[in-house]
Ligand binder design. Structure first.
Ligand code: NAD
Length: 435
């Protein structure tokens, strides 16, 4: 079995052990309701015809319509999508959203295709899943390799196929011009930033905290964006980015070197601008601006000491070796499943708390829910309204779970326990014949 799916099943089983549950719940949560796989041809702009493999896994919908992102990546495969769909069921239950869990994807490298081809591939994918999705059935959203423009194409194609012109709530994460919620793009990163602010303020006492960020895409860049919002606030909390990496390499910021007096706020602003313009960190150490940044090896990157580590790239990037080498006070999981179960045991022994993915990166699905509500009632909420509701929801979720036994080292198990019991209670009432 694939390692990521194995990781989900271990985490689920640990959660089940904490709850008094009939065995059938384990089977229900271990097996998705629908596993949809399809191959579809696309005529590309150069007139060649290429076959693509698409997936949509609908894990569980006892709490509401299936909900989950769409990933474009060359490594997408059935077990990975199953694991991601299962995580979504747990995440939505944890945040008390009226949604179940799903995930979809296409196995290809989107970086190798132009915008026009991406549109053609996306429209064909939509035609293939059309009969399986719907505003009360399954509502996709963005994930790795997709963005608001991808969602706009899906909404448009869905409406063409279904002879409509106005069904917006079929998909979330659209651009605001097409009915997307303000703040959706920022939501996952901001949600993580809100938890960093809340937890560092509540449990730690430093005046400035150093950060290590892994992955600088949608999630990573919006975490840093929010970190600078905190830095610019008139409070005693301050953050400094010391290490950063993306798929192009690992980098260390050497404050005070090269005769530069650049401060923590300027460094973050510069990194965000560079990423926005170049779409990656590639060659940043050679850029004209005198940012004191040095390219380092992955080992040096992992071993560098910081207060906070935020994995925000792909799953399972932290294995036993990395867990042994990591030196930090706390980890905020921006990506899904970044830490293997063996690595987690090591981190637990080192007494490093982990704010788990299902809580930490749930800001995206929370604002997706807000988008769905706005589309259904033809409302447009102000950005401040979205942020206010998101911030409150993230902090309430953390407090609800932390108050279960006031143990920062056991949050993942308590998140699972909360979600599993919530799903079980609804099964018990709706499917009396099963229990
Ligand atoms: P993205 O494609 O925008 O960014 C991914 C980043 O990871 C890029 O900067 C890429 O360079 C980097 N990366 C890839 N391989 C790497 C490697 N080997 N080493 C270091 N960096 C590497 O994706 P995203 O939307 O930011 O998602 C990141 C993670 O967060 C994924 O696990 C995703 O499932 C999860 N997530 C995303 C959202 C969302 O709203 N986008 C919500 C919840 C969870």
């Amino acid at each position: 079995m694939n390692k990521f799916l194995e990781l989900f099943q271990t985490q689920l089983n640990n959660g089940l052990l904490q709850s008094n549950m009939p065995d059938v719940m384990k089977d229900i949560l271990n097996k998705p309701i629908n596993e949809i796989i399809f191959n579809f041809p696309v005529k590309l702009t150069d007139t060649s015809i290429k076959m693509f493999k698409g997936y949509r896994i609908q894990h569980n919908n006892i709490l509401g319509p299936y909900k989950g992102g769409l990933r474009y990546h060359e490594d997408v495969h059935l077990d990975e999508v199953k694991a991601l769909a299962s995580l979504m069921s747990i995440k939505c239950a944890l945040q008390d959203l009226p949604f179940g869990g799903a995930k979809g994807g296409i196995k290809f490298n989107p970086r190798l295709y132009g915008q026009k081809d991406l549109e053609l591939i996306t429209r064909e994918y939509t035609r293939s899943i059309n009969k399986f999705i719907g505003l009360n059935i399954d509502i996709p959203a963005p994930d790795v390799g997709t963005n608001s423009h991808t969602m706009d194409w899906i909404m448009d194609e869905y409406n063409i196929i279904n002879n409509s012109n106005h069904i917006k709530s079929i998909i979330t994460g659209k651009s605001p011009e097409c009915g997307g919620s303000l703040g959706r793009k920022q939501a996952t990163g901001r949600g993580i930033g809100i938890l960093i602010e809340h937890i560092m303020d509540k449990f730690f006492t430093e005046s400035i905290y150093s950060l290590k960020l892994e992955g600088f895409g949608n999630v990573g860049s919006h975490v840093l964006d929010y970190i600078n919002i905190i830095n610019k606030k008139d409070t005693s909390l301050n953050f400094r980015i010391d290490y950063i990496c993306d798929h192009t390499g690992c980098y260390k910021i050497c404050y005070g070197e090269n005769n530069t007096n650049i401060d923590n706020i300027e460094v973050i602003d510069y990194l965000l601008t560079y990423q926005y313009v170049n779409n990656s960190l590639s060659c940043i150490e050679q850029s004209e601006f005198s940012l004191p940044i040095q390219k380092i090896s992955r080992d040096e990157y992992i071993q560098g000491k910081t207060n906070i580590f935020i994995p925000a790239a792909l799953e399972l990037s932290i294995q036993e070796k990395e867990a042994n080498d990591l030196q930090c006070d706390i980890i905020f999981e921006g990506s899904n499943g970044p830490i293997s179960d063996k690595a987690e045991e090591i981190l637990k022994e080192k007494k490093i708390p982990i704010i788990p993915d299902i809580m930490c990166n749930s800001g995206g699905v929370v604002v997706s829910y807000f988008e769905w509500l706005q589309n259904r009632s033809n409302e447009v909420w102000l950005l401040n309204t979205v942020y206010h509701k998101l911030d409150k929801q993230m902090i309430n979720c953390f407090e609800k779970i932390y108050n279960m036994d006031h143990d920062l080292l056991n949050l993942r198990n308590h998140c699972y326990k909360y979600s599993i019991e919530k799903i079980y209670n609804v099964y018990k009432l709706r499917k009396t014949n099963l229990f």
